[in-house]
Design a protein around this ligand. Sequence first.
Ligand code: UDP
Length: 243
Amino acid sequence: MSTRKPLRRVLLKLSGEAFAEKGGSTGVDPDIVQQVAREIAELTQSEGTEVGVVVGGGNMVRGARFAERGMDRSTADHMGMLGTVINALALQDAIERAGVQTRVQTAISMQAVAEPYIRRKAMRHLEKGRVVIFAAGLGAPYFTTDTTAAQRALEIDAQAILKGTQVDGVYDADPNQHPGARRYDEIDFLSVLNQDLGVMDATAISLCRDNDLPIVVFRLLEEGNIRRVVRGEAVGTLVTTGH
Ligand code: UDP
């Protein structure tokens, strides 16, 4: 029996690569951002869903990669967090052009461009139908924006994390390398951790598992997909505690 259900408040996690130029993994492509923004705007406009978004920054800087090449890790991570703010501003602009109000809240204060992260304010924005974009990760080095997504989702009482990716769910092997790979309709957190299925990093998965917060992994750039997930349709893979 499927445990899918319609979702009223969600936390959408977008990797930095979702903003990247076509065929690449770096930079920001305004047309792609607009496409994602339209889908998000439609959720609030026609489904009435309350949407928080955590944006990644992998299209700009991944701290760990820079540290491997000798840079101080905390400095590199701060650069990575600032990269997420660039993505957040691009997404804010695109969602507002699609006709929905937004707020960007950052975990590192930069009040000339965005509000600081204040949980209760974020909740009020969501209740008013504004899309709240959470940027600068958790504001702390050595974390990821996946962990930020789990943290913020818990704080805002989201019913699920919607993890938009380039594949249409979680597979038992990499579908690009193994044509026979099988997609899971549902899977539990422990299997994801034990089989190292790469849904999100272990810190994020543990946080979701400890707090019984489901994740839906789905293909982002497929028209209407986010809406189907929010309606509780069997799109992508649902990751749960499994009981
Ligand atoms: N980052 C960080 N603390 C956080 C969130 C992010 O230090 O709480 C840094 C880290 O260097 C990371 C980069 O920001 O590599 C970009 O975030 P992430 O790799 O999670 O982006 P995504 O893979 O989602 O594009």
